[in-house]
Write a protein that binds this ligand. Structure first.
Ligand SMILES: Cc1cc2nc3c(=O)[nH]c(=O)nc-3n(C[C@H](O)[C@H](O)[C@H](O)COP(=O)(O)OP(=O)(O)OC[C@H]3O[C@@H](n4cnc5c(N)ncnc54)[C@H](O)[C@@H]3O)c2cc1C
Length: 383
C-alpha cells in the first residue's frame, strides 16, 4: 500500500524544523553568507530543540527517530532556511553515519552519545587533493605498528575539516591496491599530528566551514579502526546510500525557497500593465519548477524509504541526488530570471540560492558520478 501522507510524528518534526528555519535561520542567512563564519549560536539553538539528536537511538541519548525519511523531512526544511546553516547543523552528524553502520557496540556507546549532547562536530574525511571522484585512489596511508596505526596524508574540502571534534578518516593499509586497502579510522580532535589545513573561501554554502585536514604521524589505537582492514571503501559507499537522499532533500529545500519567492514576485511585478505571472513564458517556468520540486521530493523520499526498509538503495539514492541537485540548479537559475535584474542583486535572496544550489551537483559525488553509479548498476542488470 502506498500512502504519501506523513504520520503525526513525522509531521511534528517537519513542522519543528520549518518553524526553526523560519525563526532562527532565515533572519541570519544573509549575515553568515556574507561573513563566512560558522553559525554557532544557531547551531546551539538547533541542538537545544533536538534538531541535531532526533536521529540517534534513545539508548545513546537521541530522539529515537532513526529514519532516513525523517532525516529528509528535517533536511529539506533547514535547507529551505539556508543551505550553509543547514549543512553546519546536519553535516555535524556525517561522521556518525559510518559509526552507526559499521561501529562495534563499544565504539557506538563511546562516540554516539556525544552527538546527542549539544553541538558536536563530526567530519567524514574521504576526499584528497589527488582523489576526488576517484576516491579509491586515495593516498593517505595507515601503517600498523603493534596495537596502533600511524596515519599520514592530507584530506581536502572536508566539511568541518580542521574544526571538528571527531573525524572518520579513510586511509589505505595497502597503497596501490585501490579500494581493497581502504580502511576507516575514528580520530579525535587533539590527537597529536592531526591539524587544520587551509580554510576554503566558497561561492556558496558559505555558512558551512570547508577545510583541509593534515595527518602527520597520527597514532590511532587499533580499537579505533572502524570495521575490518579493507572495508573502508564499502563503509563509505554504504554511508552515501544513507546520506544522498538527505542531500537530495536539501536540494528540494533550496529549490522550494527560490520557487516560492519567484512565484510571489511574479504575482506582484507589473510590466506592460499586468503582473508578469500573466505571461505564459513566466507561468511555464513556474509550472516546471513546481513539477520538478515534487518529482525530486518523491525520489528522495522513495530512496529514504528503501533505506528505512533495509533494501539496497544505491541506485535510487543516486537517482534522487542527481535529479534533485540538477533540478535545484535549474530552478534557482530560473528564479533569478523571473526576478530579472533584481534577481542578480545581492539585496534579494535569490542569487544566494543559485550560488548555494551549485554545490549540490558536486558534493557526495558529482552529478556525473551519480550517473556513473546508476549506469554501472543498470549495465550489470541490477536496478
Ligand atoms: C564545499 C565542499 C564540501 C565538501 N565536503 C566533503 C566532505 O565533508 N568530505 C569529503 O570527503 N569530501 C568533501 N567534498 C569533496 C567532494 O566530494 C568532491 O569535491 C567531489 O567528490 C568531486 O571531487 P573533485 O572536486 O576532486 O573533482 P574531480 O573528481 O576532479 O572531478 C572534476 C570533474 O570531472 C568529472 N568526472 C570525474 N570523474 C568522472 C567520470 N568517471 N566520469 C565522468 N565525469 C567525471 C566530475 O564530475 C567533475 O565534473 C566537499 C567538496 C566541497 C566543494
Amino acid at each position: 500500500m502506498i500512502d504519501f501522507r506523513l504520520t503525526e510524528e513525522q509531521e511534528r518534526i517537519r513542522r519543528l524544523a520549518h518553524e526553526f528555519a523560519e525563526r532562527e535561520i532565515r533572519p541570519v542567512a544573509a549575515h553568515y553568507d556574507e561573513t563566512e563564519e560558522m553559525p554557532w549560536p544557531v547551531m546551539e539553538k538547533a541542538a537545544r530543540v533536538g534538531l541535531t539528536s532526533f536521529q540517534y537511538p534513545e539508548e545513546y541519548g537521541g530522539g529515537g527517530m532513526t529514519s532516513a525519511l525523517v532525516a529528509c523531512l528535517v533536511a529539506e526544511e533547514l535547507a529551505w532556511g539556508c543551505l550553509g546553516i543547514a549543512t553546519a547543523i546536519a553535516g555535524a552528524g556525517l561522521a556518525a553515519v559510518p559509526i552507526m553502520l559499521a561501529g562495534t557496540p563499544e565504539q557506538k556507546a563511546r562516540y554516539l552519545p556525544r552527538f546527542c549532547n549539544g553541538v558536536y562536530l563530526g567530519s567524514f574525511a574521504l576526499t584528497e587533493p589527488e582523489a576526488g571522484s576517484d576516491a579509491a585512489s586515495l593516498r593517505t596511508t595507515a601503517v600498523r605498528q603493534g596495537d596502533r596505526y600511524i596515519l599520514n596524508g592530507q584530506k581536502r574540502f572536508i566539511t568541518h575539516g580542521g574544526i571538528a571534534d571527531l573525524y572518520v578518516i579513510f586511509a589505505t593499509v595497502a597503497p596501490g591496491t585501490g579500494h581493497r586497502g581502504i580502511t576507516a579510522f575514528i580520530v579525535e580532535k587533539g590527537t597529536p599530528g592531526l591539524s587544520a589545513g587551509k580554510k576554503e573561501k566558497k561561492m556558496g554554502m558559505r555558512a558551512s566551514h570547508t577545510g583541509d585536514v593534515i595527518l602527520e604521524d597520527v597514532e590511532v589505537p587499533v580499537e579505533n579502526r572502524l570495521g575490518e582492514e579493507g572495508q573502508g571503501f564499502y563503509i563509505a559507499m554504504q554511508s552515501f546510500e544513507h546520506t544522498r537522499p538527505m542531500v537530495a532533500a536539501m536540494a528540494v529545500g533550496v529549490a522550494r525557497a527560490a520557487y516560492e519567492y519567484a512565484l510571489q514576485y511574479a504575482r506582484e511585478r507589473v510590466q506592460f500593465g499586468k503582473p508578469i505571472i500573466t505571461k505564459q513564458a513566466i507561468r511555464f517556468l513556474l509550472a516546471d519548477m513546481a513539477t520538478e520540486i515534487d518529482a525530486a521530493r518523491l525520489l528522495a523520499w522513495r530512496a529514504a524509504w528503501m533505506v528505512d526498509q533495509g533494501m539496497p538503495a544505491n541506485v535510487t539514492a543516486s537517482m534522487a541526488k542527481a535529479f534533485a541537485a540538477d533540478a535545484a540548479m535549474r530552478i534557482t537559475t530560473d528564479a533569478v530570471q523571473i526576478l530579472g535584474g533584481y534577481g542578480y542583486m545581492r539585496e534579494y535572496p535569490v542569487e544566494k540560492w543559485m550560488r548555494d544550489a551549485k554545490i549540490l551537483q558536486i558534493v557526495e559525488g558529482t552529478s556525473q558520478i551519480q550517473r556513473v553509479v546508476i549506469s554501472q548498476m543498470l549495465a550489470m542488470g541490477m536496478e
